[in-house]
Design a protein around this ligand. Structure first.
Ligand code: SF4
Length: 438
């Protein structure tokens, strides 16, 4: 692993992701025949006393996000001798991420289905966890949720009917590389393919972790497309995870986009505050707030993620003036429960994140173990609406396979019309009549 670090840092730091997981540089996954996969199975030593060249890591930044008790315990147990200031440094977190199940097996006992991945030819996505996020695996109540969402099992290789590597057909809606233009007035800008942790249910399995570098050297056609299309007033920067890019690279992109007169709002889609909260430095928030209106959509999965570190990261972003929204994927055996979902949504409001979207899991290859019946999703929404603050109720949507866009799903509150009245069912199941106009 240290050899990887020295090879990587021989290149300009701004040009490469801070670490290279085994899947980087892999070919695109295919759905039939031999699959080109990442290898989360290489046996690599866990760096208990991490020895890397300090000159390869930027200096610790002031106002570090302070670790919670779980982080401190994990650090002492698995990285003895590593100072807190390193743990609090986002680049240290990236460079010391777990990128193989062999490494991970030194901190948890792998299950049979996880061990079988060690014997397989790999998975569609590489495996990657920051040490911070790995520390949540030891949560006595909900560590299993993180485990199921982030650690590959052999079941990931079972392809069910209707599953595709690009279920939303984004490639067909991509007029130039790294840009998806599906809706009339907004575009998705895929700034990088790198994430600091790879979710096993990722919609963009078809493009994340496929190239070794961030995409900054090939952004220009996408920028030019936006300049030439005056109807585009909203740009969502996503990937991969844009907040894994260095400040200067992200600032360059935001500057280019802000210079386009018809672009009114900018958005960033990220999971970094959840898996790498140390990234949310004062330097980053100070840079981001130059580009208002700038909104942040944060990918949350479970209330176990609402740690002191993530809370601080979100509050920093909110204090810098960015409206924060959440995106959550409904996942079988992880968050498909009214109480779990309510706890997450209420917890998000406490750290100033407005629940925004609840997604039905997209049918990517191997996702059958994550997908639940839509009826269950409707029951969860029914269990939230009226039973908690309206602000805590996200929009439940299916992103239509093939590229139809987001389609909202609601329980049947409208029961019909009768004698000029609309018949309504409230959250308790009671029937009411409203005199409809006209
Ligand atoms: S953070 Fe987002 S883009 Fe990255 S692996 Fe997870 S779902 Fe995919």
């Amino acid at each position: 692993m240290n050899a990887n670090v020295s090879q990587r840092t021989a290149l300009p730091e701004e040009d490469v992701p801070p670490d290279s997981s085994p899947g980087f540089g892999g070919k695109k996954a295919v759905l039939s025949g031999p699959v080109s996969r990442s290898n989360p199975n290489e046996q690599q030593p866990l760096r208990r006393s991490v020895s890397f060249n300090a000159s390869q890591v930027s200096r610790n930044e002031p106002n570090e996000i302070q670790p919670g008790e779980a982080s401190k315990k994990f650090l002492q147990q698995f990285f003895p001798g590593v100072p807190l200031s390193d743990w609090n440094n986002w680049k240290w977190q990236l460079r010391n991420s777990f990128t193989s199940l062999g490494q991970l097996s030194q901190i948890i006992a792998l299950s049979g289905a996880e061990k079988q991945v060690l014997l397989s030819q790999g998975t569609y996505l590489p495996f990657r966890l920051t040490p911070y996020y790995a520390s949540l695996l030891s949560d006595p109540h909900y560590g299993s949720a993180i485990r199921k969402a982030m650690i590959p099992t052999i079941h990931e290789l079972d392809i069910a009917d209707g599953e595709h590597s690009d279920p939303l057909n984004e490639e067909a809606s991509s007029p130039v590389p790294h840009l998806v233009h599906r809706y009339p007035d907004r575009v998705l800008f895929l700034a990088t393919g790198f994430c600091s942790a790879y979710c096993r249910y990722c919609t963009r399995t078809h493009m994340v972790a496929k190239e070794k570098v961030h995409f900054n050297r090939s952004w220009e056609p996408a920028l030019q497309y936006i300049r030439e299309h005056k109807e585009i007033r909203d740009v969502l920067i996503s990937g991969g995870d844009p907040l894994t890019m260095p400040d200067r690279m992200l600032e360059q992109l935001l500057t280019e986009l802000r210079a386009i007169p018809h672009v009114e709002i900018l958005r960033i889609g990220t999971k970094v505050p959840v898996v790498l909260p140390q990234r949310i430095t004062p330097q980053l928030t100070g840079m981001l707030k130059q580009f208002h209106p700038l909104m942040i959509s944060i990918h949350f999965m479970h209330s176990v993620e609402l740690t002191p570190e993530t809370s601080e990261a979100c509050i920093r972003l909110a204090d810098a003036g960015m409206p924060l929204g959440s995106q959550t994927v409904l996942l079988k055996g992880i968050n498909d429960d009214i109480d779990i979902m309510k706890k997450l949504m209420q917890g998000l409001l406490k750290i100033r994140v407005r629940p925004y979207y609840l997604y039905q899991c997209d049918p990517i290859p191997g996702s059958a173990e994550f997908r639940i019946p839509v009826q269950k999703g409707l029951e969860i929404i029914h269990g939230l609406r009226g039973f908690t603050s309206g602000y805590a109720v996200p929009h439940y949507v299916i992103d239509a396979p093939g590229g139809g866009g987001k389609i909202p799903l609601l329980p049947e509150y409208v029961q019909g019309w009768e004698n000029g009245n609309i018949i309504l069912k409230n959250y308790e199941g009671k029937i009411f009549f409203y005199p409809d106009a006209g």
